[in-house]
Design a protein around this ligand. Structure first.
Ligand SMILES: [Ca+2]
Ligand SMILES: [Ca+2]
Length: 224
C-alpha cells in the first residue's frame, strides 16, 4: 500500500513538473512570438513630380525622439537630411537606439518605388525620411509610427515639410540634386527657424513650379 502511495505521489509530482515545464515553454514561445523579429519589406512610392533623395528607413523596438516636430526647430540631424539628403546623422541615432535600418542606394524618381528590408515586427516603430528635390529644405518623413498601424491602414501617406533651416529662395546654386546641382547643406538657418508644412514651390527663381510642384501626399509607404 505504501509503495502504491509513493508511486502515486511520484507520478503526481512528475505530472506537475511536466505541466510546469510545458507551461513555461509555452510562455517562452509567446514571449518569442511577441518580441521576435522577421525581415520586413518597407516600400516607398513617389507619387509626385519631384525626386526623393535615397530614403533611410528604420524599425525600432523602443520609442525615441521623432525625426521632426512641426513648430519646433529642426535637429542637427534633420538639417543635413532636409538640405542635402544626407542620412548619416539620422543613421547614428538609429544605431544608438538599437534599430534595424537600411538606406536606399538610389533616389526615388517620380512614379517609382524603392523597397528596403529591415528586421522588426508588428509592434516596431517605423521611421523614415528623404529630401524633396528640387527644394531648398523640403522633406518627407514619418517617425514613431507602429508597423501594425500602417498594415491596418494598408499604407501611410507622407506629406511635405519645410525644415525651416534654409530660406526658400528657389535659386539653383542653393539646391542640390539632378535638376539644379547646387549646394546642399549650409549651417545658416532661415528666419522662421522651425519645421512647418511645406508651402510648395512659388516659382520665384530658377525652379519651375509648373514642372515640379506637388500635391499631398508626396509619397506613401507600405509594409510587408
Ligand atoms: Ca525653408
Ligand atoms: Ca541650413
Amino acid at each position: 500500500m505504501k509503495i502504491i502511495q509513493k508511486s502515486t505521489l511520484l507520478l503526481s509530482l512528475t505530472t506537475l513538473f511536466m505541466l510546469s515545464a510545458s507551461y513555461a515553454s509555452h510562455n517562452d514561445g509567446n514571449k518569442k512570438g511577441k518580441q521576435g523579429t522577421r525581415t520586413m519589406k518597407i516600400s516607398i512610392t513617389n507619387i509626385s513630380n519631384t525626386v526623393l533623395t535615397p530614403p533611410i528607413v528604420a524599425l525600432c523596438n523602443q520609442r525615441m525622439d521623432p525625426i521632426a516636430s512641426v513648430g519646433s526647430p529642426a535637429s542637427s540631424a534633420l538639417e543635413p537630411l532636409a538640405e542635402s539628403g544626407d542620412t548619416t546623422a539620422l543613421s547614428t541615432i538609429f544605431t544608438n537606439n538599437g534599430c534595424s535600418q537600411a538606406a536606399s542606394a538610389t533616389p526615388v524618381l517620380p512614379g517609382e518605388t524603392v523597397t528596403l528590408e529591415v528586421q522588426g515586427n508588428r509592434r516596431s516603430f517605423l521611421h523614415t525620411a528623404a529630401m524633396i528635390l528640387p527644394t531648398n529644405d523640403g522633406f518627407i518623413y514619418a517617425s514613431g509610427v507602429r508597423v501594425k498601424r500602417i498594415k491596418w491602414r494598408g499604407q501611410l501617406g507622407l506629406k511635405s515639410y519645410d525644415a525651416g533651416t534654409e530660406f526658400n529662395d528657389e535659386v539653383c546654386t542653393n539646391i542640390p540634386g539632378p535638376q539644379c546641382g547646387g549646394e546642399g547643406f549650409n549651417a545658416e538657418r532661415e528666419a522662421n527657424n522651425f519645421v512647418k508644412p511645406h508651402p510648395g514651390l512659388q516659382g520665384v527663381a530658377d525652379v519651375s513650379a509648373a514642372t515640379y510642384n506637388w500635391g499631398e501626399p508626396v509619397a506613401y509607404i507600405t509594409v510587408n
